[in-house]
Design a protein around this ligand. Sequence first.
Ligand code: FAD
Length: 656
Amino acid sequence: MSEINIDSVDADSIFVEGEPIQDQKAPEGPIQDRWDKRKFGARLVNPANRRKLRVIIVGTGLAGASAAATLGEAGYEVKSFCYQDSPRRAHSIAAQGGINAAKNYRNDGDSVYRLFYDTVKGGDFRSRESNVYRLAQVSLQIIDQCVAQGVPFAREYGGLLDNRSFGGVQVSRTFYARGQTGQQLLLGAYQALERQVAAGTVEVHTRHEMLELIVADGRARGVVVRDMVTGEIEPHFADVVVLATGGYGNVFYLSTNAMGCNVTATWRAHRKGAYFANPCYTQIHPTCIPVSGDYQSKLTLMSESLRNDGRIWVPKSGEDKRDPREIPDADRDYYLERIYPSFGNLVPRDIASRAAKNVCDEGRGVGPGGLGVYLDFADAIKRMGRKAVEAKYGNLFDMYAQITGEDPYQVPMRIYPAVHYTMGGLWVDYDLQSSIPGLYVTGEANFSDHGANRLGASALMQGLADGYFVLPSTINDYLADGPFESIDASHPAAAEAIDQVNGRIEKLLSINGSRTVDSFHKELGKIMWDYCGMERTEDGLRKAISEIRELKAEFWSDVRVLGANEELNQALERAGRVADFFELAELMCIDALVRRESCGGHFRAESQTEDGEALRDDTDFAHVSAWEFGGDGGKPVLHKEPLVYDYVELKQRSYK
Ligand SMILES: Cc1cc2nc3c(=O)[nH]c(=O)nc-3n(C[C@H](O)[C@H](O)[C@H](O)COP(=O)(O)OP(=O)(O)OC[C@H]3O[C@@H](n4cnc5c(N)ncnc54)[C@H](O)[C@@H]3O)c2cc1C
C-alpha cells in the first residue's frame, strides 16, 4: 500500500491507497445481452431447498419490501426488519413525482438505449455501463408488475397510462400517481409482502433497529437488533443478509428525507468490512421550500414534476424588490431557459441547483435572506387553466400553501436547493453483493446506478428493479452453497457483536453531559452544508474534517442522553445514529477532498469550466472510490474501481 500525502488537516496524510478492485460478477459481451447472460450463469436453488434457507432483509421501503415479498414467494424463509411501526411508513412513502420506464408510450423517441444513455450522462459519466443498461431493461417489467398489483398510476382520458417529464431528458417517460407515487408503489409492495406474511414465508419485525452486523467465518450471518419498545437486544441469524436501509442525507441535519433516515445499518456493516463507495456524492434538489428559521428540523421538497409547467426566474436586478406579479417579463431573468435553451427548466438537478445558488450569490435571490428563486405557474394557468393545473399538481400546491401561508395559484412559489438523496452507499458488485460475502445491498443504500448525480424518478425505478428483479435472480447464486453451518449467540462473532451494541448503549447513557443530541447533529449538519454541500473547496474540506473531529470528541464527552435502555427512548436512538453520522461525515469530506475534480453533485470550486460548469477529470478520476474501514483512529483505505465506457462516449456534459 502506498501512503498518500495531502497537505491537509493533519497534513501527514489522511488515507492510504489500497489495491484496485474489480466487479468480478460483471458479464462481458454485447451490453444488451449481459443481464440475460448473468441470469443464466447464476446457479439456481431448487424449490425444496429454498425452504431450508434463511434470508434477513433489513428495510421495508420499496427496495426491501419488494425483495422480501419476492424472495418469500420464491419459497425462502425471510425475516424482515424496520424501525417504523409499520413497513408502510418507510421513507419511500414520501416520493412524490414518479418512476421512469422506457416504455415509449408517448412515441416520442424513447427506448431502453435512450434511458441508459440519459442516465449515464445524467450521472456525469461516473456510473457503470452494465448496471445502468440493466436498469433501463428492467424498467419495462417494473411498470407491468406494479400495474398488475393494482398501483393506480395516472391515466389519460382514454384509459392509457399517462407520462410526464423529469430533469435531464427530452422525452416523457415518468409514470406517476398524482404527487403520491411512492406511497402508491409502497402500498403495492406492502400488499405483496403481507400476502407472504399470511402464507408464512415472511416474518416482519417492526420497531426493531439493526445496530450491528454479524460476520462469522468470513460471511454475513446475521444482525443484532434492539427492540425499540422494550430495549431488548436480540441476535437474528440467517444464511444471507440484505440491507435495504435507504440513504444518509440526514447527515446534513436539514434535508428532505424523513427524520428517521440514518446511516447506522450500512455504517455498522462498513465497520465490519463492507466498502463504502463514493460517499461524497450527494444530491441537492433544486425545488425545495427555503429554510425559514433556526427552529426547523426538516425541509420540504416541491416535486421536480413542477418543472414540467412551472417557470423558474429571478429579477434581472438585485435591487428590484417589487411584488413578483408586478415585475414585467422584460425585467425577469428566466435563467435556466436563457442558459440552457435545449432543456430549459428541465435541466438535471445538479445543474439547476448550482444555477439557483449562482443567481443568489449574485444578490438576485428573493425572499428572506435572498436565498430563494421563483417557480411561477402564471403562464401555465393561463395556458391550461387553473383546473388542469389543480388536477396535475393540486396536492403539491396545497402542501406549499399550508407550509408557507402563500397561495401558489396567486403568487409564484419560492424555492431553494436542499439535500435530497445520496448516490453514495455500500459498494456492490453486479449481483448487488457487497465486499462481505453474503451481504447484499439494495436501493438507495447501495451506490450502484446513479453515478455522481441521480436523474429524477430513477430512485424508485432502481429500488424496485433491485427488489423485484435483480436480487431475486442473483442471490440464488450465493445461496446455492447453503445452508451454511448453523450458528447461534454463543458463536464468538455473535457474542462480540452483541457486546459491541451493549457497550455503545451503556457508554451513551453514562456520559451525562450538558448538550442534547440534536444540538450536536445540527452543528454537524451546518459544517457539512457549509463545506461539503453545493460547493466544495480544498481548504473548506480540510477545515470541515478538523471541525468534525473536534465536535465528535465533544459529543463523546459531553452529550446528554436521558432515560434508560429498557424503554422507548428516542434520545438514545438518535444518539446512536448521530454517532455514526460523525464517522460518515469525516469519510464524506475525505472522499470529496481526494476527488479533485467536479462531477455531478460533487462541485469542486477549483475544477470548473470558463462558464462555471462542472469540469471532470477523466484521466485521473474515472473510477468508483470504494473505501475500506481503517479501524478506529486509523486511516481509511481507498480502493479504486476503474470505470470503462464501451458504449457511451465520455464528453463534457451539455444541456445547452
Ligand atoms: C421528499 C422525497 C421525494 C422523492 N420523490 C421521488 C420520486 O418522485 N421519484 C423517485 O424515483 N425518487 C424519489 N425520491 C427518492 C426515493 O424516495 C428514495 O430514494 C427511495 O424511496 C429509497 O427507497 P429505499 O427502499 O432504498 O429506502 P427507504 O424507503 O428509505 O427505506 C429504508 C427502510 O430501512 C429501514 N431501516 C433503515 N435503517 C434501519 C436500521 N438500522 N434497522 C432497521 N431498519 C432500518 C427503515 O425502517 C425503512 O423500512 C424522493 C425522496 C424524497 C426525500
